[in-house]
Design a protein around this ligand. Sequence first.
Ligand SMILES: *[C@@H]1O[C@H](CO)[C@@H](O)[C@H](O)[C@H]1NC(C)=O
Length: 457
Amino acid sequence: MPRVNRTAVLSLLIVSSSVFLLFQLYYYRKYVSKPGPHILSRTGHLSANDVQWQTVKLFLAVAQRFGLPLFLIDTAALTLLSQDALRQRDRLVREPHCSFLCTGRPVTSFALHANLWKYDPGFLLAAEQKGFDLLELRGEDPRLASLDTLSGEAIPLHFLFRLHGYIIQVVFLYERSGNYLWHGALRLKADMDRSFAPFKLLDYGRHAGAYDRPELVLTVLDGLDVRIPHNVSRFLSEQRHAHFLECRYRDARNFLQLYPDDSSPEAVDFRRKVKSLLHLAARTLAHLDIPFWLSSGTCLGWFRQCSIISYSRDVDIGIFIADFRWDIVAAFRDAGLPLKHKFGKVEDSLELSFLSDDVKLDIFFFYEDGDIVWNGGTQAKSGRKFKYEFPRFSLCWAELLELKVRVPCETLDYVTANYGATWSVPVRSWDWKSSPSNVQENGMWPPAEWAELIQVY
Ligand SMILES: *[C@@H]1O[C@H](CO)[C@@H](O)[C@H](O)[C@H]1NC(C)=O
């Protein structure tokens, strides 16, 4: 009896454990062996994170098949990535399966290096076959626009792919002649579906943007091969200040029809010198990590005629006094630009001038004061002080003489403050002490301090 019992119990155990094993195998095949995150909600449905991950995965698979040179530019995902080092140090464990790409936002954005990809409609077809809805946005090609030709050609600027309520935004980045990458603004045409995507949530497209060419690395994020900027935090800070303004070629052309450009050898030579001076100044200040913008006549030249005013005798740039460092002087000297004069002091009306090839580079330092920003001027022979006030402004990128440079985003207000409502009419006899609309007398430097505050070399 006990022997029979033992066999029966053994058989029962074998049968029941086999059934359990089979159940485990079945369960594993059904749920667990799916690649990627397996965060099942209680009802057994895919979680929102799963859907986002699956959408990105599917999109990347199609993109890879067609050789799209993509990299991740999604600010939410890149922010998670840049914080990851800190997070690991703090031993805080994030959700393990989809830590970066599942951002909790219904959008994931990628950049496409447009110069490295030959437009292939087969890619769009393949994405549609995988279930993606597509919205393609085109716009004028600014690379063909110049003073001579206004472009009519439309190029792709953005793709929006939608699946299960998730949007993949693909931002086309084009190489521009100033050696930088540019993307266009996203503008819906009248007949387009305004509810296609949560447009307000998109990181890219509110304005055009300009970027330095980032160094990229291939990495694995949440199990997917993705290229990302090598220095994520640098890219993110660039992204916050990427707003780009196209020059107003149409208006500039009208201006130049009224007031044709001087094409004498002297004027051509002057423009060549200004170009090399501006490039040198930009390199020198970039090295010091000091932002600057086009000011006074140089700013007016860009705004009014997309060029240099050939009868102006110098190049004017602005720098916020908070960014001032004394090593500017040494850096320009080492670049071949000796200091010509120094007026004022760091606390008040500082102005530095450097000389190159008989073109002068004037650096005006700007002081913030309530709703205004101002810079100073000094007359060397009399010690008289002047003050020029501007409404507050932010900085945008623009292109001048094949250089990516900053200008005040509110350029019209800036130029109008400086040159008045008639800024569009050339004035050849300009006196910096009386002509500007915003000049104010600002007293005198005490004679005892002249030696210190008025230095001419
Ligand atoms: C990334 O860029 C930032 C800011 O430009 C810089 O301070 C930092 O050193 C860079 N990090 C690396 C690893 O290159």
